[in-house]
Design a protein around this ligand. Structure first.
Ligand SMILES: Nc1nc2c(ncn2[C@@H]2O[C@H](COP(=O)(O)OP(=O)(O)O)[C@@H](O)[C@H]2O)c(=O)[nH]1
Ligand SMILES: [Mg+2]
Length: 247
């Protein structure tokens, strides 16, 4: 069984039941765990309405206070790890990556590919529908280049909000709180490099180029935050620097 965590903060305006319910109808052995992160709008009642329609396949975990995306997913992983799952994933509530991509993520966990972490990758290319605003795409590419230098790995896109991880690995890399609520994905990869060494980490992780990704309106990432990314990345660099140098 697989649990997919969906972090939600003030998502009432973007949460539509239909794609979640039809995804559950079309699949088996997949459970959705919505984590409400102290929303102040109608998110909880919307989530309860969705859950009622498939209560055996959907759980709702409520955090009393807003703690940020990384911590909400971390709490979700700790919660999900208590059930008999083989893999734990996380997926943005706005479904910028459609849930129809999940089976492809699962494919790369099978013995033929044997990957422990599958990361959606927003590679802008012909034949794929990757629609991202230019003002997010270009700064994002600069940040991604800095991140790959920090990690010492040719990672194209650490920040896509669609990932699937083998449970044992997820438990290890989500054990400790993160330095930053939005750049926690970078820390996850850094933790894998520290655990397994750079060469093995490069074998365990697979970046799956997405066929479709949409920049859904209503992002919670503010411009002020984007401006702070270099500073936040430098904090992550200093936190993991010594361990990464030895890996
Ligand atoms: N738990 C939690 N999730 C958040 C928070 N802010 C945003 N999210 C979730 O993170 C996901 C991505 O958020 P979004 O605003 O679309 O970010 P963007 O796509 O990177 O611009 C969504 O599932 C949001 O509900 C937060 O403070 N806490
Ligand atoms: Mg989004």
């Amino acid at each position: 069984m697989i649990t997919i965590i969906i972090p939600c903060f003030n998502e009432a305006a973007r949460l539509e039941p239909e794609p979640f319910l039809s995804f559950l109808k079309d699949t088996s052995n997949i459970h959705l765990l919505f984590v409400d992160d102290g929303s102040q709008d109608d998110t909880i009642s919307r989530l309860e309405t969705i859950r009622e329609q498939a209560s055996d396949r959907i759980s709702l975990f409520k955090q009393p206070q807003n703690q940020g995306k990384g911590e909400a997913i971390r709490q979700g992983v700790i919660h999900a790890a208590n059930s008999p799952v083989t893999h734990i994933g996380y997926w943005d509530a706005d479904l910028a990556t459609p849930l129809t991509a999940v089976p492809e993520f699962i494919k790369f966990t099978t013995p033929l590919y044997n990957k422990k972490m599958i990361c959606g990758s927003r590679v802008l290319r012909l034949g794929a529908q990757i629609s991202r605003h230019w003002y997010r795409h270009y700064p994002g590419r600069v940040a991604a280049t800095c991140i790959s230098i920090i990690l010492g790995l040719p990672f194209y896109d650490t920040q896509c909000g669609a990932k699937l991880i083998e449970k044992e690995l997820a438990v290890k890399i989500f054990a400790d709180p993160f330095v930053n609520p939005w750049l926690f994905d970078v820390e996850l990869i850094a933790r894998i490099v520290v655990l397994y060494g750079r060469n093995q980490a490069a074998q365990l992780i697979y970046e799956l180029p997405l066929s479709s990704w949409t920049d859904v309106e209503g992002s919670k990432v503010s411009l002020g935050y984007l401006i702070r990314v270099p500073y936040e990345l430098s904090r992550i660099y200093w936190r993991y620097r010594r361990q990464l140098n030895n890996s």
